[in-house]
Write a protein that binds this ligand. Sequence first.
Ligand SMILES: Cc1cc2nc3c(=O)[nH]c(=O)nc-3n(C[C@H](O)[C@H](O)[C@H](O)COP(=O)(O)OP(=O)(O)OC[C@H]3O[C@@H](n4cnc5c(N)ncnc54)[C@H](O)[C@@H]3O)c2cc1C
Length: 537
Amino acid sequence: MSDQEFDFVVCGGGSAGCVLANRLSENGKYTVALLEAGGKDDWIWFHIPVGYLFAIGNPRSDWLFRTEGTPGLNGRELAYPRGKVLGGSSAINAMIYMRGQAADYDRWRDMGLDGWGWDDVLPVFKRHEDNWRGAGPLHGAGGEWRIEQPRLRWRVLDSFIEAAESAGIPRSEDFNTGSNEGCGYFDVNQKRGRRWSAARGFLRPALGRPNLTVMTDVLVDRVLTEAGRARGVGILRGGVPGTIRARREVILSAGAVASPAILERSGIGDGGRLQSLGIAVVRDLPGVGANLQDHLQLRPIYKVANVPTMNMLYRSLLRRGMMGLEYLLLRRGALTMAPSQLGAFTRSSDRHATPNLQFHVQPLSLDKFGDAMHGFPAITVSVCNLRPTSRGSVHIRSRDARDAPAIAPNYLASEEDRLVAAESIRCARRIMHQPAMAGYRPEEFRPGAHLESDADLARVAGDIGTTIFHPVGTARMGAAADPLAVLDKDLRVFGVEGLRVADASAMPFITSGNTNSPTIMIAEKASAAILQHAGAN
Ligand SMILES: Cc1cc2nc3c(=O)[nH]c(=O)nc-3n(C[C@H](O)[C@H](O)[C@H](O)COP(=O)(O)OP(=O)(O)OC[C@H]3O[C@@H](n4cnc5c(N)ncnc54)[C@H](O)[C@@H]3O)c2cc1C
């Protein structure tokens, strides 16, 4: 392939990459290439919300990564889904709109990252928002990122809100105010019953611009550097090597699994590790691929009676037909359903100043996503520790871009995380034992009411825990003196000119909630910093 040259080369067309492609091409002054390893989002299940059921675990849409065996999960390996298509993980995710807590961003600011406090990022969230509430002090309207209320309610979930209230968790009308404490239905990234991915929201409006080139089925191998400066990228297109040159900057937005892998293949990472793979060291940055954080969801399942759940509705062919018809005619009903509709945020103990648990309550149950639903009526009261203290890693196994990296999430490695796991199962039980649920005769199917001690609950957490799909932190921002920092506050890779990482990898600490919209905010701030720098040069 002959060399092509652009001002900016954006690697990865996911949540962050779609925002970067839009913003960097907006003023028409610069040429931009967006390189995506997956294909176009031209499959119906990228747009009908329940499509995640078919997209996760499917090579058409998912990288099909697997984790290493994890000691805290009693040796289990997990499927680790990541979107592989324009829109990235936002094309297959659960669509929950969540910013996190004000305290998350204030913590980033307080570690020396000026410009990342809640007061700094709130205007960024608002600017691209098109919230069903309209514009106000906390929300924006008219932007690219559409946010709606779910189009379906369930009696059993309404009762759960009442139960949470009597267990001391107040009702929440809005999880995105800076405090997400409370219980209520999640807002979702949908528009009139269709998924609203980053490709839909940010990329599609920019596609007609003559200065934006989108290339799909292009695997970025590594960043090409000359004298400490990024000059372009080496790619594989249909297995054929090629080069795309960057006049100004290369921006990695391949996500928290792939961005650190591209850095390592480029000679940017822990020097010793790179040398052992025969890779020449361009910059010794031991934080590359370290600091992996993710939310581990524990999935207590309760059998229930006297109330509809998806398990039973889905078994009936007639009901399924009706669901299809309802969607076609009204864009309503079960096909618009995000997997988790109801949320609750609370504290597992007084040790925490703000909620450290998030519940995702689902009117269905299954052994794991991809499996059939159980043949009995049940709900799942999934709960995760929002601020885990365990840290994992993502590292390449070889120099070959086609080899999947080794993902070691290291869940439940710390005593604190095991304690929170035990507390969170008890918290689920406390809510399910409230009078509002009594009419459904809830019966704990998993993990099992006989397990009560901290040690037993922590062990069984390892049996029922799985990812809630939020890996972050593998090329994190930090102060220059911080030995594990990879990026400065403007997302520039330390010691390599013309190279930034702008995606979920950049988070120093995981946000207390779902990570898609925080990643989109990061991409907005990266775009502003890149344009400012370009304007000054
Ligand atoms: C199943 C699932 C459910 C989730 N549910 C929610 C939710 O409800 N709400 C929420 O807020 N968050 C959710 N998340 C998390 C959220 O979607 C991610 O945090 C977010 O999408 C991360 O954005 P990103 O830009 O960092 O990476 P991604 O969106 O994953 O984008 C990375 C892109 O880079 C491409 N790429 C990777 N390697 C290369 C390469 N070498 N060359 C070229 N391209 C490459 C990928 O194909 C992909 O398109 C979920 C995630 C998943 C997977």
